[in-house]
Structures are given as structure tokens and as C-alpha cells.
Design a protein around this ligand. Structure first.
Ligand code: ZN
Length: 161
């Protein structure tokens, strides 16, 4: 239907001009969606959009129109920040989620170190029976020394602070 003549594209209709066969707007602003061109015309102006599209190869114009329409709508909705408002609120969300992730990772590390400490305490307590010789009770002392020097919560707290 673009530039077919019978029905002008949304741009030409709004600009009250004849829609030529090679109209640059026609492939992207069909008459069924008049608001799309109204938004971008109000924010950027028809001649600027025309120039922007002319400077691009045809296969990129569709994406350019989508982003221009998005920007124009955002600017109409939020005259102060436009789409920058959406970008900065998403950046804040990313920062919040990153700090939540860091806390969760530190808690996970803390739990794993706690489990490791428990496991080595159980090994130390079960490997030596009361009937063992003095030699193996020295070994038991070594285990106790290793496990008592192990402070998983101190490390995890340092990570959390
Ligand atoms: Zn047209």
C-alpha cells in the first residue's frame, strides 16, 4: 500500500500533501496508525524525520522509526526527562539488584563456611575413640586447634559490611 496513491500515508495526510510514489514516510507511517506520525511530528518535526530517514539505508529505517516514536512518546509523557527518566529508573533498579545479589552471595558463602566448619568438627570428634593411645590424642589436639582457629562468620561479616 505504501505510496499507492489512493490512500495517502499518515504523514502526508497530516501534512495535507500528495503522497508521492517514493514517499519516504509511506513504508513506516501507514494511514491506519495516524497517532504514530502525530507524536514524532510534534516532537521532532516532519522535515527532521525526513532527513533522519533519508540518511539511513532502507533496511534500518524501520528500527529508526520505532525508536523515534518511542522517544517522542516518552517526551510527550514526561516533558522534563523524556526517555532519560525511564533509563535512569532502570539503572537504579540494576544497582539495587546488584547490591541484593552481593548480599545473597555473601550469605551463601557464610552458610557454606559454617557447614564446612561443622563437618570438620564432626570429623575431629569421631576419628578418635576414647580407647586410643596418647599418640592419636595428640592428633585430636591438632584438629581442635585447626577448627578453633576457623572463623567463618568473621569473614562473612567483613564481606557484608
Ligand atoms: Zn506519504
Amino acid at each position: 500500500m505504501p505510496g499507492s496513491g489512493s490512500s495517502p500515508c499518515a504523514a502526508c495526510k497530516l501534512l495535507r500533501r500528495r503522497c508521492a510514489k517514493d514517499c519516504v514516510f509511506a513504508p513506516h507511517f501507514p494511514p491506519q496508525e495516524p497517532q504514530k506520525f502525530a507524536y514524532v511530528h510534534k516532537i521532532f518535526g516532519a522535515s527532521n524525520i525526513n532527513k533522519m530517514l533519508q540518511e539511513l539505508p532502507f533496511h534500518q529505517r524501520g528500527d529508526a522509526v520505532s525508536s523515534i516514536v518511542y522517544e517522542a512518546k516518552a517526551r510527550l509523557r514526561d516533558p522534563v526527562y523524556g526517555c532519560v527518566g525511564a533509563i535512569s529508573s532502570l539503572q537504579q533498579q540494576v544497582a539495587q539488584l546488584q547490591s541484593q545479589l552481593a548480599v545473597a552471595q555473601a550469605q551463601n558463602l557464610c552458610m557454606r563456611m559454617h557447614q564446612a566448619a561443622m563437618a570438620s568438627t564432626i570429623v575431629a570428634n569421631t576419628e578418635v575413640s576414647p580407647l586410643d593411645s596418647a599418640e592419636s590424642s595428640d592428633e585430636n589436639q591438632q584438629y581442635k586447634h585447626v577448627t578453633s582457629g576457623f572463623e567463618p562468620f568473621g569473614i562473612a561479616e567483613a564481606l557484608l559490611s
